[in-house]
Design a protein around this ligand. Structure first.
Ligand code: PRP
Length: 207
């Protein structure tokens, strides 16, 4: 049995299409239903749909043999998993943004609002810049608008959210895309089926 953890939402939906086209279809995954666990006993596949940030947890604990996670989540949480393949979907970037026309005062501690605390800390440590992290859970863009922070560290995909809120990118931190990850012991014990999946997915990505 190959157990696969997928993120709920748009990225999971797109990842499932790639997996299905590569021969790993499994019933009505991401269909018009609220089911979260799908099994195809005949094909020996099961899917779990979990919150994007939880995919590496299910994989690290071996509940899922493989999974799909954004590079942002892998960088932020450093799970003990193998990263097998860049799926080339869910492309976006981690960036610093602020209000249009923002000028940084280097004599003051920089207030940084973000969901990605570790990524932000590592970025500013690399610049030896003193910061204060303000951890938020979502809608990060409101923080500089309401003067809660000077800047934000957040994901930018189309740039629409920044634009519609009068914000702009100051610096790019790293590019992001979805990665196929594997549990380390599953990768040893199920190496044949996992490597077969990697090869089929590579073929599908090239198309
Ligand atoms: C993400 C991110 C930005 C937005 C960027 O938010 O935090 O807000 O997408 O996308 P864009 O550049 O295409 O506008 P998400 O939708 O994950 O919700 P969140 O506010 O809960 O983080």
């Amino acid at each position: 049995m190959l157990n696969i953890a997928l993120p709920t939402g748009r990225l999971g939906d797109r990842a499932y299409s790639v997996l299905r086209d590569a021969g790993y279809g499994c019933g009505d995954v991401f269909g018009d239903n609220r089911k979260l666990i799908f099994k195809n006993e005949e094909q020996g596949i099961s899917y779990f749909l979990v919150k994007p940030v939880d995919v590496p947890i299910y994989v690290e604990y071996g509940i899922a043999d493989i999974g799909v996670a954004g590079k942002d989540i892998l960088i932020e949480h450093s799970p003990d998993v193998y990263e097998l393949l860049d799926l080339g979907i869910g492309r976006c970037r981690m960036a610093v943004a602020a209000k249009n026309g923002y000028k940084e005062d280097n004599n003051r501690t920089l207030r940084v609002a973000t969901k990605f605390v570790n990524a932000a800390k590592a970025f500013y440590r690399g610049k030896s810049r003193e910061i204060e992290i303000i951890k938020l859970s979502g809608s990060i863009e409101t923080a500089p608008l309401l003067e809660l922070s000077d800047v934000i560290v957040d994901i930018v995909e189309t740039g629409t959210t920044l634009k519609e809120n009068g914000l702009s990118v100051i610096e790019e931190i790293f590019p992001i895309s979805a990665r196929l990850i594997a549990n380390k012991s599953s990768y040893n014990f199920k190496s044949v089926i996992i490597n077969e999946a990697v090869e089929k997915l590579k073929g599908e990505i090239k198309k």
